[in-house]
Each structure stands twice: as structure tokens, then as C-alpha cells.
Design a protein around this ligand. Structure first.
Ligand SMILES: Nc1nc2c(c(=O)[nH]1)N[C@H]1C(S)=C(S)[C@@H](COP(=O)(O)O)O[C@H]1N2
Ligand SMILES: [Mo]
Length: 317
């Protein structure tokens, strides 16, 4: 099947994300060129994971009501950020080229037993639940969706880190044949994100394998992603293949690109503007309604204590 795409130079600059704009126009054009050079979309591969015996539609945990309308599935799965595929929000079609089965995750660094665990094996060792979370991108758009997954604390327990471990680091898969963005030397691939052990053990920190009661779509981070709803969305790395434990703060993807704009902490705060735009309000995708941004994206009661005694704008960038 032939898929018609606009050529890179025809893409209006206003469609480029603010996150991309930090790299400047040349980078944007290079990214667009890489994208158009890619082969036409291959046939959509069947998602062989997760195993049919595990329900992706477990009961919703009502402790995590979002207090606003859900974003329709179609909206949440056709407006995405996933720079491995594209700098543009309509990357969902491009993302179907990636392979998600078989999938395994390497657990290494400061652990007693470094090992590799298969995705299905992992799913059998955790109890899936469903949580409706607000999601806030640093670009000031937001959505509200039900994720299926399990607490990040469960993954940490399974991994059994050594007592000296201070951070857990998640690395996204690199599939060069499917991901034209990886060709761009302007990005410090692979996509790496991480949190402190205390953040990882917080009950809000989640590992998602489903969306709206179905397996995660590829554009949303299939087969497994992190979900940190009190932080800007770029902290929630997709399609991870490695979980590492370390005693050094990791060099995360966006912090390597522009540490003053996209730092390690990246907690949502309406009062701390991005250097290039306000964070006071956010746009709900789907309706385009503007609503006030909430400190910690409204999750302060769960997470504010993690930062007690810490100060400074860098906690919020
Ligand atoms: N590997 C990877 N993970 C990623 C990104 C990315 O480009 N690559 N983008 C991040 C950003 S900026 C956001 S806002 C969320 C978007 O998730 P969604 O597309 O499911 O809404 O994914 C995050 N995780
Ligand atoms: Mo984002």
C-alpha cells in the first residue's frame, strides 16, 4: 500500500512542537527529511503480546479519579510525542512499523542478579490494575486516559536493587529500520529517563501496558512504558527495554539537549514558566478547552512529601 505524505518542506513550522523548536529550524528540517526518506509504512503487525490469558481491562482503582472528562481514545492515540518516529504529532501511522513481539527487558546495574525478563513472564508476576490519570506535556497540552498497568514499586521489588541504588533508569528500544528519528545525530539516542528510588516507590509511579482496557498501541509506547502523572510527559519514557539501577543521577534525553528547559525533575508547576512559554494553563486535547495547570498536576497529596526540604525552579523544569 502506498501512503502519501506531505514532503518535509511543506510542513508548516507552526506544527512543529516547542520541544523540537529548541533544536532550531535546521534540526526540524533534518528530522523532516529523515522522515520522508523512510520507506512506505509496512503492513501493521499483529500484536502478539500481551498474552490473551491476561485481561487488559482489570477493575479501575477509584483512588485515582481524574476529576475531568476522559480524552477520547482516538484523540489520545492520534496526537502523540515519540521522537524516534517523528517530530510531528500525527506519527501514529509511522509507529505501526515497530516490532513489539517478542519483547524482553534487561535488568542491570546495581542489582544482585542482572537478568533479562520476557514481557509475558513479567506480566505473570504482577497484578494489573486500571488507573485514570491526567497527563501533562511540557508543551502545555494535556489529556486524561485510563491506563492498565502495575505500580513501578512492583518492578523495583522484582528487580531487587542493591541498597546503594539511588536511581532507576529506563531506556527505550532502538529499532533503526522502523524509527527514522534515530538517524538524526542531533538527538542523544537512545531515549533515557529516570527517577529517584523514592519516586519509583511512590504509589503514583506506574508502569503501563494498556490504554482504555486494550493493549497499548505502538504510538502510545507499546508494549510497556512508564507513567509519571505528576511530572511533565517527557519523563514518561515509552517502549523500554532496559531498567538499570545506579547511584548517579542519569543523563536523561531531554536534559542532555537543554537542561535549563527539560531537567531531571520536571515536576508540573503552574508558577514556574518554561523559559519560552507560560505553564499557567493547559489545553485539553480533544476539546481544546484551556484549564488552569495544577501544582504536581494535581497530585500533590501523593507526591509533595518527596520534595520536602528541596527548593528551586529546577525541581519544576
Ligand atoms: N521513547 C520516547 N518516549 C517518550 C517520548 C519520546 O519522544 N520518545 N515523548 C515523551 C513526551 S514529550 C510525552 S508528552 C509523552 C507522550 O505520550 P503520549 O504520546 O502517549 O501522549 O511521551 C513521552 N515519552
Ligand atoms: Mo511532552
Amino acid at each position: 500500500m502506498q501512503i502519501l505524505r506531505r514532503r518535509g518542506w511543506e510542513i508548516p513550522e507552526r506544527l512543529v512542537t516547542p520541544e523540537a523548536a529548541v533544536l532550531g529550524r535546521r534540526a526540524v528540517l533534518a528530522g523532516a527529511a529523515a522522515l520522508t526518506a523512510g520507506p512506505a509504512a509496512a503492513a501493521v503487525l499483529p500484536a502478539a503480546v500481551p498474552p490473551a490469558s491476561i485481561s487488559m481491562d482489570p477493575p479501575r482503582d477509584m483512588a485515582f479519579r481524574a476529576g475531568r472528562a476522559l480524552t477520547p481514545y482516538k484523540v489520545a492515540t492520534t496526537y502523540n510525542n515519540y521522537y524516534e518516529f517523528s517530530l510531528y504529532k500525527d506519527l501514529w501511522r509511522e509507529a505501526q512499523k515497530m516490532t513489539i513481539a517478542p519483547w524482553s527487558i534487561r535488568i542491570d546495574g546495581m542489582v544482585a542478579n542482572p537478568r533479562t525478563i520476557g514481557f509475558e513472564d513479567l506480566l505473570r508476576q504482577v497484578k494489573l490494575e486500571q488507573r485514570v490519570y491526567r497527563h501533562r506535556c511540557v508543551e502545555a497540552w494535556a489529556m486524561t486516559v485510563p491506563w492498565t498497568g502495575f505500580p513501578m514499586a512492583e518492578l523495583v521489588k522484582l528487580a531487587a536493587p542493591l541498597s546503594g541504588a539511588k536511581y532507576v533508569v529506563f531506556t527505550t528500544v532502538e529499532q533503526p529500520a522502523a524509527m527514522p528519528g534515530l538517524d538524526s545525530p542531533l538527538f542523544p539516542w537512545p531515549y533515557v529517563e529516570g527517577v529517584t528510588m523514592a519516586e519509583a516507590m511512590n504509589e503514583l509511579a506506574f508502569v503501563s501496558v494498556g490504554l482504555y482496557g486494550k493493549p497499548l498501541p505502538k504510538q502510545s509506547g507499546a508494549p510497556i512504558r512508564i507513567t509519571l502523572p505528576w511530572k511533565y510527559g517527557f519523563k514518561s519514557g515509552k517502549a523500554f527495554v532496559k531498567v538499570s539501577f545506579t547511584d548517579r543521577q542519569p543523563k536523561t534525553f531531554w536534559a542532555q539537549i537543554s537542561p535549563s528547559e527539560y531537567g531531571f525533575w520536571a515536576n508540573v508547576n503552574p508558577a514556574v514558566p518554561h523559559p519560552r512559554w507560560s505553564q499557567a494553563t493547559e489545553r485539553l486535547i480533544g476539546t481544546d478547552q484551556r484549564v488552569p495547570t495544577q501544582i504536581f498536576n494535581g497530585y500533590g497529596p501523593f507526591v509533595a512529601s518527596l520534595y520536602a526540604g528541596m527548593k528551586g525552579v529546577m525541581l519544576y523544569r
